[in-house]
Write a protein that binds this ligand. Structure first.
Ligand SMILES: [Zn+2]
Length: 448
């Protein structure tokens, strides 16, 4: 005779209505929807899980995942691939326990997850227990059916879409259709599976909420309001998008101060950096982000990311680098040097010092020469391939002293995957080293 099975049978008999009414409501939003997952409400801050204890019953936490407490901290990730803000397993899923500390009338359970690819959706079974069954096992491993040791199956959750990897924000809410509590429970058990057999598909769980039927009001995170503005150039050729969702305080500045710079300089950059058969992107998106660490800005394709904290900090100084930084990044959008791989079977790599030097040359010598931002202060630093401002100074010298068309030639060679050192000699009669030495002399003589 197996007493555990008997205990289990008795338990099911005691609450026969539970499974019939529990309903799973799914919510989905694209990445960056700010956890607005209608009809599921955004994550709660002061729900019963915030005071409860999570425990790892079975399975292995991924080395990059934080501890389980992240599931109850009321915080959601800032980005669509942020391991430090989500709990996730290594291997093939596992079991998480949640001890509510005492018997609670559970009105509902909600789980939230977010990832841009296959770690987005959720697949799990939810069990609950009051912990009073004679053979109750609070930590059943995966080989043990929880129903045989004092647990009830409350719901099976699967938020995977019919097609695609399901990247985006997911929510699953388990509650009774009629609004009545799910039951009186102290323990919850999440039996979690990977979302597919391919690659990295252990769900990034962001938050788990447990609603106490006796708690009259729950505070919830406020979903971000999207602030996305679109602008068209007067001649209709270009369109610019500014997304200040993550930096609402910069919305007005962006429109009044930054947009005029964009409208004047993007077409200028396009005209300044031509090459045969090339058409620069006619749409550019500027997006403030708050997850860029110490990087002020970067460009990827026709999207420019601007660090919201960096821009906010810079704007406290009257002389600041905000606009010049945007001009530099617009230079990268127009450069498009990755394109060489599509148009040239054997593209030569353009050294990074040239790519960055060109953008900084435009920025410091054409956009804001009055700032003298690329003046070489220390002669020992005067190396033509030192990149950024130093290379910008070198390029300005070569253009003024040797070849006024150098910028166009250098840009076209780079974009077409044809850059090589001997071109300097073709263009100026001197090797790049010779030019570098001559320029260094000018720096030493205080002429740069
Ligand atoms: Zn750059």
């Amino acid at each position: 005779m197996k007493p555990t099975i008997l205990a289990c049978a008795a338990l099911i008999a005691a609450s026969p209505t539970l499974l019939a009414a529990a309903e799973v409501t799914k919510g989905f939003g694209p990445s960056d929807a700010g956890f607005k997952l209608d009809p599921v409400l955004p994550p709660a801050l002061d729900d019963a899980a915030a005071k409860a204890t999570f425990s790892l019953i079975d399975g292995e936490k991924d080395g990059n995942s934080p501890a389980l407490a992240v599931l109850g901290d009321g915080k959601v990730p800032a980005g669509e691939d942020q391991p430090s803000a989500n709990f996730f397993f290594a291997g093939d899923g596992g079991r998480i326990g949640l001890d509510l500390g005492s018997l609670i009338s559970v009105k509902g359970v909600a789980t939230y997850s977010w990832h841009r690819e296959g770690r987005g959706p959720q697949v799990y079974k939810l069990y609950a227990a009051d912990g009073t069954a004679k053979d109750f096992n609070a930590t059943p491993k995966r080989g043990t059916d929880p129903k045989t040791c004092g647990w009830e199956l409350v719901a099976e959750v699967d938020t995977r879409p019919k097609t695609g990897d399901g990247g985006g924000q997911h929510a699953a809410q388990v509650a009774n259709k009629n609004g009545k509590p799910l039951g009186e429970f102290r323990h919850l058990l999440f039996d979690i599976s990977k979302t597919s057999d391919n690659g990295f598909t252990n769900t990034f769980f962001s938050e788990i909420d447990v609603l106490n039927a006796k708690q009259s009001e729950v505070q919830r995170i406020k979903p971000l309001e999207k602030i996305v503005k679109q602008f068209k150039s007067k001649d209709g050729k270009f369109r610019y998008t500014i997304d200040s969702t993550k930096a609402p305080a910069l919305t007005e500045w962006s429109e009044k101060e930054l947009l005029p710079v964009i409208e004047e300089w993007y077409p200028k950059l396009v005209a300044m950096l031509p090459s045969d058969g090339y058409r620069a992107p006619d749409q550019v998106t500027f997006e403030y982000r708050d997850d860029m660490g110490g990087t002020p800005a970067y460009a990827a394709g026709n999207r420019i990311a601007l660090s919201a904290p960096w821009y906010t900090g810079q704007l406290k100084n009257e002389k600041n680098e905000t606009k010049g930084c945007a001009v530099h990044e617009m230079g990268h959008v127009v450069q498009n040097y990755w394109r060489a791989r599509m148009t040239n079977r054997q593209p030569k790599d353009t050294p990074g010092w040239i790519t960055e030097g060109i953008c900084d040359y435009i920025r410091w010598f054409l956009f804001e020469p009055e700032s003298k931002g690329a003046h070489v202060r220390d002669v020992r630093q005067a190396k033509y391939d030192a990149s950024y401002r130093t290379t910008a100074n070198f390029l300005d010298w070569v253009i003024k002293e040797k070849d006024k068309d150098l910028l166009q030639k250098l840009n076209a060679a780079a974009r077409e995957g044809k850059y090589e050192e001997k071109l300097w000699k073709d263009w100026t009669g001197k090797t790049v080293q010779e030019l570098g030495d001559e320029w260094k002399k000018a720096v030493e003589d205080g002429k740069r």
